[in-house]
Write a protein that binds this ligand. Sequence first.
Ligand code: ASN
Ligand code: ZN
Length: 322
Amino acid sequence: VAQAARESLAMDESIRQKRAVAGEEGARRGARRLEPPARSIFDAEQSETLPGTLVRSEGEQAGPDIAVGEAYDGFGHTHALFREVYGRASIDDDNLPLLGTVHFGRDYENAFWDGQRMVFGDGDGMVFGRFTASLSVIGHELAHGVTQYTANLIYRGQSGALNESISDVFGALVEQRVLGHTAETASWIIGAGLFTDRVQGLGLRSMKAPGTAYDDDILGKDPQPDSMNGYIDTVSDNGGVHLNSGIPNRAFYLAAAAIGGDAWSSAGQIWYDTVSGGTIPASSDFITFARATAGAAADRFGAHSIEHAAVTEAWATVGLGM
Ligand code: ASN
Ligand code: ZN
């Protein structure tokens, strides 16, 4: 027993040292200021020309255009999650201005990050409405920017599915924090509110139960797998990046649910540490990322913490035992 206690004390000491080092790094980096957001929203007026016309700059009052207001507010909420919870200064951690274009294209049924800005279509009005209507989608697109400036996961195959999943994770967390939802009360739906009344569905993807977000005459059944047993080998969609993301999405949900409470400060902090920590390669596959999250959980919460146990168990449940 004494031996075990000594080992556990030694463990605590090493964690304390790691945290002290992290704290000093934070203090040194503290020279870098955490500025408020610098948002600029443009209107493509149904063209596919970027950026379009500048319609709202930071600090300007809201006008009548709902999509412009949603993009502006959504950028603010997402910026706040990264700044207030993770101490990150915008997308690049150096106060990068947030650029967005709304009303992109005609009947354009998507939103995307083009490497420099977030772009939102209006949908066709039959299946999809405005893509700014969902805060988790706005958070998703901005998080692609954060991933680009950190782990820079290659947008193909498993690293691409991780890139997609990380965007879903922070998109969901932005929304949960604004709504005051815990891991237990959250919907874990990405893109709630995007579908028109014609579509039977909760949203684009379910992180809690991948493959069940919709089952509909127009769209068919949500094709996302929820464990490695269902992993989809395909050449389309960059190797199924929007499909296989269901697997790490569910791992995140399971970890957050097992820990309980505010997901952004528990599992979200672990995932943020993993993505921004500078340790995972751009070509990471699922198991590499899974092991890194376990390491990040141990570093931040302790090797014998419930957080660490929750993370390893979550990955094992989706077929990625380590
Ligand atoms: N909405 C999609 C995404 O952000 C668009 C795309 O695949 N580029 O992943
Ligand atoms: Zn994406």
